[in-house]
Design a protein around this ligand. Structure first.
Ligand code: SAM
Length: 287
């Protein structure tokens, strides 16, 4: 288990073990993840409460990114607990390690690991009480290594809280959103080409049940709001950064971008409704 110094990673740059994370780990994406975290922070904390995450526990943050949730988990478990934050993006882990030092959260450590691959020797260091996993499974070309790792790592009664999408293409703008609908389909196609599955939440129950997990709760975390609400702003935020990455990947043309901008202008000038991708919270327990 190692903390590593990091080199900045660009969009589409392979990580140390050669796998490519399709949203990138550059500074702009880090800032977007921070804004995204703020939008969904209350929903996340409510899920942790339902799963009884508490002081003194040992918790995992799978696909932690820059560690916005990991830092909160570390505060929650306190000095008597422990949090292990795992991700493959060195730049994100370096950011988190610096923040961990600055805040003197000694209960928090980071691990650089590709969660689509087995981890030799597992996580070691005794059983874990729970795991948090948000917006990671959708990017994994193989889910089995991470799920097998969890079965080994969690204690009986240990809980897994997942926030993943069941349908990403519910992301839409009404009453006028055809260019956005095309953009959504292009994102989905690109992520699938990279081995991901933006609708992964629907595949998780069978895989978890086969490993002995029991579903305690499942709920929709979704919104349909006018343009000035936080959830809609989160979607608009994604539309300011990701089209450029899609264009760089050869999947988005200047004409399509112009049509999208027209649509966004129209939506600003009229009452419009933004629907988020269908996020699902699932809480599982290992009996
Ligand atoms: C959208 S971000 C979500 C970050 C964090 N979970 C959150 O909720 O803010 C997805 C994260 O998954 C990580 N990731 C993608 N593929 C991975 C893999 N194969 N192994 C480990 N981490 C991976 C990325 O590096 C990125 O930090």
């Amino acid at each position: 288990m190692t903390e590593r110094s990091a080199l900045p990673t660009s969009p589409g740059t392979p990580s140390r073990d050669g796998h490519t994370y399709v949203l990138g780990s550059h500074g702009e994406e880090l800032a977007r993840l921070e804004r995204q975290h703020n939008t969904w922070q209350a929903a996340m904390q409510a899920g942790w409460q339902r799963a009884s995450f508490a002081a003194g526990q040992r918790l995992l943050d799978l696909g932690c990114g820059p560690g916005l949730a990991s830092l909160e988990l570390a505060e929650l478990v306190g000095p008597a607990g422990r949090v292990l934050a795992i991700d493959s993006a060195r730049a994100f882990l370096a950011h988190l390690a610096a923040e961990q030092q600055r805040r003197q959260l000694h209960q928090l450590t980071v691990l650089e690991h590709n969660l689509a691959e087995p981890l030799a020797g597992g996580l070691g260091a005794g059983p874990w009480d729970g795991a948090w996993c948000r917006w990671l499974a959708m990017f994994l070309p193989r889910l089995e290594p991470m799920l097998d790792l969890l079965v080994q790592a969690l204690r009986p009664g240990g809980r897994l809280v997942l926030n993943e999408y069941v349908r990403w293409d519910t992301f839409s703008l009404h009453p006028r959103g055809p260019a956005l609908a095309t953009f959504v389909q292009r994102c989905i196609a690109l992520w699938r080409e990279h081995g991901g599955d933006p609708d992964v939440a629907g595949r998780l129950p069978a895989l978890l049940e086969a490993r002995g997990f029991r579903l305690l709760e499942s709920r929709s975390v979704m919104a349909c709001t006018p343009a000035d609400q936080p959830e809609s702003r989160w979607l608009q935020d994604f539309l300011t950064s990701y089209p450029e990455q899609l264009r760089a990947a050869g999947r988005w043309s200047t004409a399509e971008q112009a049509a999208l901008e027209d649509e966004l202008r129209w939506a600003r000038d009229h009452t419009s409704l933004w629907v988020t991708p269908a996020l699902v919270e699932q809480i599982w327990e290992l009996p």
